[in-house]
Write a protein that binds this ligand. Sequence first.
Ligand SMILES: [Zn+2]
Length: 73
Amino acid sequence: MIIPVRCFSCGRVIGSDYVRFTDRVGEIKKTKNREVTAEEISEILDDLDVTRYCCRRMILSNAELLEEILPFD
Ligand SMILES: [Zn+2]
């Protein structure tokens, strides 16, 4: 679904970080023509200053289902 604006556990704003995260992941996929590695994901989250594991799980575990649900409106 849509990423929550704040982390459920600590309350840090993560909604804007999610957009930057997906942009960076998409950039790697496009330029290197492969899936991102766990190390690259970790580096991206560190660059975005998402250091707490509660916030990391919010970004990593989000499933983008909005486009799949829209036809059933
Ligand atoms: Zn958090």
